[in-house]
Design a protein around this ligand. Structure first.
Ligand SMILES: N[C@@H](CCC(=O)N[C@@H](CS)C(=O)NCC(=O)O)C(=O)O
Length: 217
């Protein structure tokens, strides 16, 4: 298998699928396409049906979009989703909500792993997105079974890893229960490996370096 990925520092959808592949312990190669460079579009179109990363190649098969890649890997590694049907359904709902939503959070607080942590003002819409994420996490964590959202690490933790990184790098204050989960993500060896690779990258995507808070709604 081969995963086609963007910049480690900036590409949150790449991080999600890379984490799933690492946790699944599948053997895979990587092809990194730095994004928003003059030749990025041509490179993306050569490998990526939708012109976006991530893409998983398995022989001649190409699977694109993080959710489809997650499901493809989970068909072969069933431990990637929670075992119980109800928990699995909830985890899938959370991934779908992440995949389809949280536009203000994603726009205003771009993933930037190597950013020196520091607070930025956020709009009311972004604040509401953060509150919703925290609500989702706390519903899972409140019963004390942690440390991951459904006890053992699962795909839903990959989907929220970039959000935990954002809460950290933009110094968003959260309650202890939430912070414990953020810290768990930050201390995950795979997340740390990815961030170290991001820190070593030389490309700079200006728009992700200067987040400007949108005016409050
Ligand atoms: N829904 C897609 C989103 C993929 C996506 O937006 N990827 C970004 C990088 S994180 C990208 O390829 N951007 C490059 C571009 O739009 O030119 C997924 O879940 O995989």
């Amino acid at each position: 298998m081969r995963l086609i990925l963007g910049n480690c520092n900036y590409s949150s959808w790449s991080l999600r699928t890379w984490l799933i592949a690492r946790h699944a312990e599948v053997a895979f190669e990587e092809l990194r396409i730095p994004l928003y460079e003059p030749d990025s579009r041509t490179a993306l179109q050569a490998y990526c049906p939708a012109g976006k990363v991530p893409v998983l190649e398995d022989g001649v098969l190409r699977v694109w979009d993080s959710l489809a890649i997650a499901e493809y890997l989970a068909e072969r590694h069933t431990s990637l989703w929670p075992r119980a049907s109800a928990a699995r359904a909830r985890a899938r709902s959370m991934c779908a909500e992440m995949h389809a939503g949280f536009a203000a959070l994603r726009d205003e607080l771009p993933m930037n792993c190597r950013r020196t942590p520091g607070r930025v003002a956020v709009s009311a819409r972004c604040g509401a997105d953060i509150d919703r994420v925290v609500e989702l996490w706390d519903e899972c964590l409140a019963d004390g079974t942690g440390p991951w959202l459904f006890a053992d690490w699962s795909i839903v933790d990959a989907f929220f890893a970039p959000v935990a990184l954002r809460l950290h790098t933009y110094a968003i204050p959260v309650a202890d229960l939430t912070q414990t989960y953020v810290d768990k993500q930050l201390n995950d060896p795979f997340v740390q490996e990815w961030c170290a690779r991001g820190a070593a990258e030389i490309e700079v995507i200006e728009v992700a370096e200067k987040p400007v808070a949108a005016p409050a709604a």
